[in-house]
Design a protein around this ligand. Structure first.
Ligand SMILES: Cc1cc2nc3c(=O)[nH]c(=O)nc-3n(C[C@H](O)[C@H](O)[C@H](O)COP(=O)(O)OP(=O)(O)OC[C@H]3O[C@@H](n4cnc5c(N)ncnc54)[C@H](O)[C@@H]3O)c2cc1C
Length: 379
């Protein structure tokens, strides 16, 4: 019987584990943390409010396949995330839309005239290489300064001119009044939370879970035919080419007894004031009824748990060197945000994990027919 160890019980590890178990492989999932769910883990805080200890996680995807896949393990609560930014003493919608511009500049623009406004303030750039280029080219320097420059410096410890264009491209500019943060077709939160969904995903007779187990400490003990690794790829290779840069966060959780609502929307961003970037109030996300409320402030830091791969060309080149080693491994598959050094959202991790599972089945030759069937299902 083919045995597989999966390092990491987050989205990437849990999906691979389930897929392999359902095809008859013996799967052991280890995680150095004392809980499942990786960074998407949620739990009740000391006051009984459902919180996300590693920062707010909002599920959104355009993929019906991924939504349907997760629906096997959870029901959903429809939820469209909204974000306000504290700028010039006001709270205005983010991404920037018609109302953001009207309120900031005291204008009365509409869908016919907003693009004319952007055209009048934008500074067209011939080549879009950095995040600064993306924003200044679209909305000009003033909006860039108000919304992006300070926030990016806090979030990444870098000026937008030092970051890949892809970072700013994640936040569009709108020429309508849509104030939703995401526009994906499916936007919802797991009905009973992420951890409950992970419990169901990992609840399979062929899956054994070991928590509080660090792969590097217990490597010698672990026996398997194949390893699936979802931790940082540079750590797997002992940082032999040097560490890959990650950005980390310090979370400051706070409960407000007797306060039903702390703020008007799920998240308020602070691009220009405070050391923290944003405050999220969990009850907006979860819909939980509770006489008090719990919030989290996020303080970006350089050292700590690796949360965000830092998207810069030189980091991508360093990753490629590690990836070249990874591609030579016959008995190890690397998948996930840290192992692939990609700024993946949860849905993208699920997609990558479904592919990785198919790859493992082919590599191990454990179930070639099933692998073909799975591959067919993925097309
Ligand atoms: C603050 C924040 C907010 C986010 N918000 C959103 C959002 O709103 N929507 C969205 O779609 N995505 C969001 N994301 C991204 C989301 O968290 C990731 O896409 C997803 O959780 C990554 O899953 P993963 O399994 O690849 O990695 P992880 O969740 O990081 O899981 C990897 C696991 O491997 C374990 N591990 C690592 N090394 C070892 C080792 N040596 N031994 C044993 N175990 C090990 C870790 O403990 C961890 O549990 C957010 C991320 C952050 C940091």
């Amino acid at each position: 019987m083919t045995a597989v160890t999966v390092v990491g019980a987050g989205f990437s590890g849990a999906v691979v584990a389930r897929e392999l178990a359902e095809r008859g492989l013996d799967v052991r999932v280890i995680d150095r943390r004392e809980h499942i769910g990786g960074n998407a883990h949620d739990r009740l805080d000391a006051h009984g409010v459902l919180v996300h200890p590693y920062g707010p996680h909002i599920f959104h995807t355009n993929s019906a396949r991924i939504y349907d896949y997760l629906s096997r393990f959870t029901g959903w609560r429809p939820y469209e995330h909204r974000v306000l930014a504290a700028v010039d003493g006001m709270l205005v919608p983010l991404p920037i839309n018609i109302d953001t511009v009207n309120r900031l500049y005291g204008l009365q623009l509409d869908e016919r005239t907003i693009q004319g406004f952007f055209d009048s303030v934008r500074e067209p750039r011939e080549r879009i290489l950095t995040s600064e280029d993306v924003v200044v080219d679209a909305v000009g320097r003033d909006l860039y300064r108000k919304f992006f420059q300070g926030y990016t410096r806090k979030q990444w410890g870098l000026d937008p001119s030092e970051l890949a264009a892809s970072v700013a491209a994640r936040i569009p500019t709108r020429t309508n009044r849509d104030d939703r943060y995401f526009t994906d077709k499916f936007q919802a939160m797991p009905l009973e939370g992420y951890t409950r969904m992970f419990e169901r995903m990992l609840d399979h007779p062929k899956i054994a879970i070991e928590l509080g187990v660090d792969f590097f400490r217990e490597r010698e003990r672990l026996r398997h035919d194949h390893l699936v690794y979802t931790g940082p790829i540079d750590a797997f290779y002992g940082h032999r080419y040097g560490p890959l840069p990650y950005r980390s966060l310090r979370f400051e959780h706070e409960h407000h007894p007797g306060t039903e609502r702390y703020q008007a929307v799920g998240t308020v961003n602070y691009p220009n004031e405070h050391a923290y970037t944003r405050i999220t109030e969990f009850k907006h996300l979860t819909g939980q009824a509770h006489p008090g409320t719990s919030i989290v402030r996020e303080y970006p830091i350089a050292e700590g748990d690796p949360y965000y791969p830092v998207p810069r060309p030189e980091n991508e080149l360093l990753f490629k060197r590690y990836e070249a080693l990874a591609l030579k491994e016959r008995d190890v598959t690397f998948v996930g945000r840290l192992a692939q050094y990609r700024y993946y959202n949860m849905d993208q991790c699920v997609g990558a994990a479904l592919k990785a599972a198919q790859y493992v089945l082919q590599k191990t030759g454990a179930a070639p027919d099933e692998a073909d069937a799975l591959a067919a299902g993925l097309r």
